[in-house]
Design a protein around this ligand. Structure first.
Ligand code: UDP
Length: 230
């Protein structure tokens, strides 16, 4: 791999600075705040609880619902408030990425609600949202098999690099966001946008996996910090 330095001074395998805090909201059952580069993301989790939306409930298992939302002031051009195609897609893939870690069969006829609020966006918000949501789920005390973590790799200037910034995402050739369960390495999200050779695609997945393992440590540290001082 080359020694190319990226526009923000990072090496090809370097993450942006990350800060994670667990349990930041009084009223939610679980919550988390995460910053990665210029992203600022707040997550609130409620449940498992009964839901008034009876048609969504399942007799033999709990269900999760996720809402990913960008604040109007989170991006350079004002984001029109309310759901759109992109936020509906991210809400769905986030719920799909987290579901395998949750032991929802223990909670029939109940619902877990996850609200992801992007306060500022700077590329990679879907992975950051998944990472923060997982910490908030643990904070809510919901039994889980693993703490899901997300991270992306991509291709910029013909190089496979880790954790694309917004500029790299817009000017780059490809973006491969993934989420994994770090204990087993099981992939729970895999998307690919852009052009990659088979070899580059494999490299991107390997690099994103490495990134996930590093972020996973920070998730655990955030939870330890919250629960070892109480
Ligand atoms: N973005 C934006 N306006 C929008 C949606 C996205 O400026 O309406 C920016 C934002 O910084 C986001 C980035 O474009 O993080 C990349 O968006 P993408 O759809 O690839 O999702 P993400 O990388 O955030 O998961």
């Amino acid at each position: 791999m080359s020694e190319m330095i990226r526009e923000d001074g990072r090496k090809y395998n370097e993450l942006r600075p990350i800060k994670i805090e667990a349990g930041v909201l009084e009223r939610a059952d679980g919550s988390a705040y995460l910053e990665v580069g210029g992203n600022k993301i707040l997550v609130a989790v409620y449940g498992p609880r009964e839901s008034y939306i009876r048609r969504l409930l399942e007799p033999n298992t709990g269900v999760i619902r996720c809402r990913y939302n960008m604040a109007p002031f989170s991006v350079d051009d004002r984001k029109r408030p309310g759901p759109d195609r992109r936020s509906s897609e991210i809400s769905k893939i986030t719920a799909d990425a987290l579901r395998p870690a949750l032991m929802l069969e223990n909670y029939p006829r109940s619902m877990v609600d996850i609200y992801i609020e992007v306060i500022e966006a700077e590329g990679g918000t879907r992975c950051a949202g998944i990472t923060a949501a997982s910490v908030a789920l643990v904070d809510a005390g919901i039994p889980m098999k693993d703490i899901v973590v997300g991270c992306a790799a991509g291709k910029v200037n013909d190089e496979v690099v880790l954790d694309l910034s917004e500029v790299e995402d817009k000017e780059g050739q490809a973006d491969v966001p993934i989420a994994i369960m770090p204990r087993t390495g099981e992939i729970t999200l895999l998307q690919s946008d852009g052009d990659l050779t088979e070899e580059e695609f494999q490299k991107a997945i390997d690099l994103a996996m490495e990134g996930c393992m590093k972020v996973s440590e920070l998730q655990k540290e955030a939870l330890m910090k919250k629960y070892s001082t109480e």
